[in-house]
Design a protein around this ligand. Structure first.
Ligand code: IMP
Length: 427
């Protein structure tokens, strides 16, 4: 039975929480496979708004098993803060499963994330400061601490000793900061161990067995394609693989089991942090999009950078992820525009490019070439089918579909659970 992957098709914040919530009742497992509490998913249910950072959005659907798989990095303090917050609001979180192989964000990772950004000055990446990059760096250098290490005090102490020998040299001698002491960290993490134990499982085994039994598994990507460590706007990226290939490595599910890849695509473009963004608007229209679309980060509260839809980016996302369906979000935000600009290519130092340029230098020089589509005035937040949309909105959707290279199977017209037009089933 199917494993379905959901990926952000732009720079994240496309509205993935809403998409996952839409299919929540129709899938059995919702899995996070990369990233950590740098993510921010907002889900609105009735008059309740939930902002999730680390937990899979499936945690809000009572019939779903939410899974934090091996590719995620976990800050246990944040995990329990989020779980306790949901418990207080009456959400049952006992079904959660956490991979024994997931890596842990340690206090020195957070410290190094912040201090290295400060030292980069104008060259900073604009990270969320949650310790994501340094944790993945340790994972790749084989110096990381995993969930399972918390259940063996001897191992945990040994790993911490080795890590602190190194990190404290860097913190004190390179960055002129105070070093961290081992005992308080050990005590804190051993405290988390007992709380974590009931959730820990061999999640790859659980998920593969579930697929064998005909269950549906939904792999929920965080961030977005252009923030991918390999396929994004490096170095202005996150340190994991949000693209669909990352879903396999990050969950222990083979690629042959994935039947659909759903790309979440905002009807315009946003980005937080530094890095190239050809359609970014520095004028009143950027502010207009930010206000209309409430484009303020869920995780950091930072203003999101805003710009028009960029078709080469959507096509690129289709290509590197093998997207089979798009979920177009926030179409309602564009209501009221006389004409809607869409970037269909770039001018790079006098040369026309229809696709994202191969090099970072060229991408930094890319000036959007726009096509303009007729806008619509009507409020579309009450639309419940494609035919309810004004003709110009329908034409805009069809044009994006054509330009993006995959069918648009769902359209978001507002933040609520019922404000989604599903043209084809996403499951
Ligand atoms: P990090 O993931 O905290 O290391 O940050 C690296 C880059 O990814 C920065 O530009 C962040 O703003 C961006 N980023 C990380 N998580 C998200 C997200 O969930 N949405 C949008 N941007 C993100």
């Amino acid at each position: 039975m199917p494993a379905i992957t959901l990926v952000g098709a732009q720079w994240g914040d496309e509205g993935k929480g809403k998409a996952t919530d839409l299919v929540g009742g129709r899938v059995d497992y919702v899995v996070r496979y990369q990233g950590g509490n740098n993510a921010g998913h907002t889900v609105v249910i009735g008059d309740q708004k939930y902002a999730l950072h680390l937990l899979p959005s499936g945690i809000l659907s009572p019939d779903v098993v939410p899974v934090i798989a091996n590719g995620v990095v976990i800050d246990p303090g944040v995990l329990f803060e989020e779980l306790n917050g949901l418990n207080k609001r009456g959400v049952d979180t006992s079904r959660l499963l956490i991979s024994a192989n997931a890596h842990l964000i340690m206090p020195y990772h957070r410290a190094l994330d912040k201090v290295s950004e400060r030292f980069l000055g104008k060259g900073r990446i604009g990270t969320t400061g949650r310790g994501i990059g340094p944790t993945y760096a340790d994972k790749i250098s084989r110096a990381g601490v995993r969930v399972q290490d918390m259940f063996d005090t001897g191992i945990l102490r040994k790993k911490l000793e080795l890590a602190l020998n190194d990190k404290n040299q860097v913190l004190t001698k390179v960055y002129n900061r105070r070093g961290l002491e081992l005992e308080p960290i050990l005590e804190e993490y051993l405290g988390y161990a007992e709380l974590l134990r009931p959730f820990v499982a061999d999640t790859s085994l659980v998920l593969n067995r579930a697929l064998d039994e005909g269950k549906t598994v939904y792999l929920e990507g965080s961030q977005g394609t252009l923030l991918d460590i390999d396929h994004g706007t490096y170095p202005f990226v996150t340190s994991s693989s949000p693209t669909s290939g990352g879903a396999c490595a990050g969950s222990g599910i083979g690629p042959t089991r994935i039947t659909k890849v759903v790309g979440i695509l905002k009807a315009y473009t946003t980005r937080v942090g530094s890095g190239p963004f050809p359609t970014e608007l520095h004028d009143e229209w950027g502010e207009w999009l930010r206000t209309q679309g409430h484009e303020y980060g869920v995780t950091t509260g930072r203003n999101r950078r805003c710009g028009w839809f960029d078709a080469p980016i959507a096509r690129y996302a289709t290509r590197v992820n093998g997207i089979t369906d798009f979920f177009l979000t926030k179409l309602d935000v564009l209501s009221g525009l006389e004409r809607v600009p869409v970037c269909v290519g770039y001018d790079v130092d006098g040369t026309r490019h229809d696709e994202i340029p191969m090099t970072q230098t060229d991408f930094h020089h890319a000036v959007p070439v726009y096509e303009h589509f007729d806008g619509w005035d009507d409020d579309i937040t009450g639309a419940r089918s494609f035919e309810d949309l004004p003709k110009n909105a329908q034409a805009y959707v069809r044009a994006l579909e054509e330009l993006s290279g995959a069918p648009i199977s769902a359209i978001g017209v507002g933040p609520g659970r019922d404000q989604t037009l599903e043209l084809r089933s996403l499951v």
